[in-house]
Design a protein around this ligand. Structure first.
Ligand code: FAD
Ligand code: MLT
Ligand code: ZN
Length: 479
């Protein structure tokens, strides 16, 4: 640790209150509660104050006071993260919720410049109003912030065509741990001028600085979309179906999401307005989304031809193609309702693995065996982004086991399922990050050289270890 303290905590907290004004801070226990508890209600932390600066300038001053007094800072957006990265251990929570301006929509450049606290859905709407698409889409889009999306390098449902958010960020503005502002808000598609610093902050989960604004790349708004759902008997059949769809649809294929019969059953049971479009239950379902930039009839035809081929090869049992926007929305509600439905149904042990797509069937077979051996009676609920090789291999608690007894198996079952993914050339955290929950996994699965490089980066940016301490990488002893 290397802290040059020039202010005490009490004076710094007073100076922070003065900087952000009466609407910019909270200290009452009841007010702090939603910021110190993650939405899953598994992890809970503590903080002295929640600070809600309204601008980059205020953020810089707040971080500067913390730097001088040695106060830890936990940046927080919509608090929808899955790994406890926004849960504070002490100090302040720095919430971006009052930094919500869309600074500019550059139609000629196809870019949008937004402040970190913009809710993802608001960014999508602003892009749509300007005649564009901002393609990042995930079930938490009504509450997560764009700053949080960037800090976690969010993936979501449209990665097959548009990539993770890393592929959509052109420039960033960041308040560094000592309170200085890095203005990297360049909206350039090409700029090879030394190390590309923005990539260090994307996915850094608040450990290197506070992201205050971003320039994002927009794509033309599609003319239309065609959405379909198909049933299948096996993961091997879904794999073949995906290959057929990819070859027929190429760049028009946006999403290939999958879930099981149990997923359909619990979503229909717990989520309002969900209609199962099939007459018979099936073991597996694929949700296929396409975009049409030119001839939408041609995209529909390619989708129909692909499904026809899959029927001929007996890969799918039944299929529906949405005939209207509301029908397509219903298909998406089934998939996007799953995270909520699983939590209503039972206590959940979550996983976010990725493997080369070809290995998904083997992973599900082997993983199900491992999970039910470790937690007899648990219900395996794999779902998610199969087109990216990313499954949420989640486990629902057995009906006769209480919550704590079920969660007591978490360490062992996590380890076994992560070992399996990494052993297949995959990842133990495909899109949710490390936060608090996966710090030990990072040390276990990344090489010594990788851990050392990450430690160098952390200690170079944040030698006092005040920026989201205890998250992602713990040690800060540098070279
Ligand atoms: P928070 O939870 O507030 O914070 C997440 C991390 O980022 C923390 O470490 C925090 O310190 C840091 N952080 C937040 N804001 C900043 C900032 N301005 N500067 C620096 N650091 C910051 N994730 C996916 O990738 N794909 C999905 O499909 C997906 N689906 C989800 C569905 C549901 C229903 C839910 C609840 C979550 C889902 N998530 C998904 C996880 C989550 O929504 C994403 O990780 C999201 O990007 C987090 O954004 P947030 O604003 O809520 O961040
Ligand atoms: C999703 O894709 O819906 C989330 O990332 C899933 C989850 O783990 O609940
Ligand atoms: Zn996901």
């Amino acid at each position: 640790m290397n802290i040059n303290i020039s202010m005490d905590w009490s004076s710094a907290l007073d100076a922070i209150k003065e900087t952000v004004g009466p609407n910019g801070w909270l200290t009452e226990d009841a007010d702090l509660e939603p910021y110190v508890t993650e939405w899953r209600k598994i992890l809970r932390g503590n903080c002295r104050m929640v600070v809600r600066p309204a601008s980059t300038e205020e953020t810089a001053k707040v971080v500067g006071f913390c730097h001088r007094a040695g106060i830890p800072i936990t940046p927080q957006g919509g608090n929808t993260g899955m790994v406890g990265g926004g849960v504070p251990e002490d100090g302040i929570v720095l919430s971006t919720e009052r930094m919500t301006a869309v600074r500019e929509l550059g139609a000629d450049n196809a870019t949008i410049t937004v402040e970190a606290g913009c809710i993802l859905a608001a960014v999508q709407n602003a892009a749509r109003d300007g005649g564009f698409l901002f393609p990042l889409s995930l079930a938490a889009e009504g509450s997560c912030h764009i700053g949080g999306n960037i800090a976690t390098n969010a993936g979501g449902n449209n990665t097959v065509r548009y990539g993770n958010i890393r592929d959509l960020v052109l420039g960033l503005e960041v308040v560094l741990p000592d309170g200085r502002v890095w203005d990297g808000l360049r909206g350039l598609r090409k700029c090879n001028t030394g190390y590309d610093l923005k990539h260090l902050f994307i996915g850094s989960e608040g450990t290197l600085g506070v992201i205050t604004a971003a320039v994002l790349a927009l794509t033309p708004a599609p003319k239309d979309r065609v959405t379909a759902m198909a049933t299948a008997d096996s993961w091997q059949d879904l794999l073949k179906l995906f290959a057929i769809m990819r070859s027929h649809l190429a760049g028009s294929l946006v999403a290939f999401e999958t879930f099981t019969g149990l997923g359909m059953e619990i979503t229909a049971r717990h989520v309002d307005d969900v209609i199962d479009p099939f007459t018979e239950p099936a073991p597996l379902y694929a949700l296929i989304e396409t975009v049409c930039y030119g001839d939408d009839a041609a995209v529909r035809e390619a989708l129909e031809t692909g499904l026809g081929e899959a029927f001929e090869q007996e890969l799918v049992g039944d299929a529906v193609i949405a005939e209207s926007g509301p029908q397509a929305d219903n298909l998406w509600r089934i998939r996007e309702g799953l995270p909520e439905a699983q939590s209503v149904e039972s206590t959940v042990i979550k996983h976010d693995i990725s493997v080369p797509i070809s290995k998904i069937p083997a992973y599900v077979a082997e993983g199900s065996k491992i999970a039910t051996e470790i937690v007899p009676g648990c219900r395996v609920l794999p779902f998610g982004h199969m087109g990216d090789g990313n499954l949420h291999f989640n486990l629902l608690g057995p009906e006769n086991l209480d919550r704590d007894e079920f969660l007591a198996h978490m360490g062992k079952v996590n380890r076994a399922l992560h070992d399996l993914a990494v052993g297949m050339g995959g990842s133990f955290s495909a899109e949710h990050g490390i936060g608090l929950a996966k710090r030990d996994d990072l040390i276990r699965y990344r090489s010594d050289v990788e851990i050392e490089m990450m430690t160098w980066i952390k200690s170079a940016f944040d030698p006092s270890n005040l920026m989201n301490p205890g998250k992602v990488i713990v040690s800060v002893s540098g070279p």
